[in-house]
Ligand binder design. Structure first.
Ligand code: SF4
Length: 257
């Protein structure tokens, strides 16, 4: 089933919430089973990578082929928007950058992340769209961490590149999106986060760039987080913004479920 969600109606929100719940539960259970075998750094990173594979497989096989999506490599109109993410996604991303970049390359990414964080820290979603500050992980117009990009980036899609172009710098503009692809990513993310939260790990809703800055500047970030430290307080999604507050409420309910 594919529906253009422009705008979301209460009925559609309920339908896709249920869809996400159905997807989340087996992932939550599977995550807890894996964690019961012992939570090592390697196991944690494998868990996140497997969740991405699972979400992508589901997202890429809509029952009727899905809404035609126009997203292509090199098209990055959406990459100057705020990205909601979570500790496991950010830590896996930082570890990926450490493992794949040269020391000079890593320093360059850190500098770029710091620069963008200074420009965008605590900006509202709309201000961020208007500011048109590109994600520091873009390299030659492409996502340089494509295989490890967060669930939000994986789920974002567009049925109309003209709408993406018009939205750039103009937050009121709506882009038609396939809810199947978005919901597959959200459902798997929900299951993973519930599983991790079930073991008492810090699981706040975070803003990608501020959180990545913390994870990159703290060489033992993953170990400290796995040991139960709350290292991402400065990157929490800002609840002074009403839209963020709504997202945080939903997220807290999701974690508590
Ligand atoms: S992580 Fe990749 S896909 Fe996500 S905003 Fe940054 S460049 Fe774009």
């Amino acid at each position: 089933m594919s529906i253009e969600i422009d705008p979301w109606t209460p009925e559609l929100i309920m339908y896709w919430s249920k869809f996400q719940e159905d997807l989340a539960e087996p992932v939550r259970k599977g995550t807890l089973e894996i964690l019961d075998e012992g939570l090592t750094r390697e196991k944690f990173l494998e868990l996140v990578a497997n969740a991405y594979v699972l979400a992508d497989d589901a997202a890429n096989t809509p029952p009727d082929g899905g809404m035609p999506v126009v997203c292509r490599a090199g098209c990055n109109y959406c990459c100057d928007e705020s990205v909601q993410t979570s500790p496991p996604e950010v830590l896996a991303l930082a570890e990926y950058l450490r493992a794949t970049l040269t020391p000079e390359g890593l320093e360059k990414v850190k500098r770029n992340v710091r620069r963008v964080d200074k420009q965008t820290h605590k900006m509202s979603d709309n201000a961020r769209v208007r500011a048109r500050v590109g994600c520091p992980l873009l390299v030659e117009a492409r996502c340089s961490v494509y295989s490890m990009r967060p669930f939000t980036c994986r789920g974002y899609n567009s049925g109309d590149v003209g709408a993406c172009r018009l939205r750039r710098g103009h937050p009121g503009r709506v882009v038609p999106q396939d809810p199947w692809r978005m919901s597959c990513q959200s459902g798997v993310a929900t299951g993973l986060l519930r599983g991790l939260a079930g073991r008492g790990l810090e699981n706040d809703l975070l803003e990608l760039i501020s959180a990545l800055r913390i994870a990159l500047e703290m060489p033992d970030a993953t170990d400290r987080w796995l040991a139960g430290e709350h290292i991402f307080a400065a990157a929490r999604w800002d609840d002074r913004n009403p839209k963020h507050a709504e997202a945080i409420r939903w997220y807290e309910q999701m974690k508590a479920a």
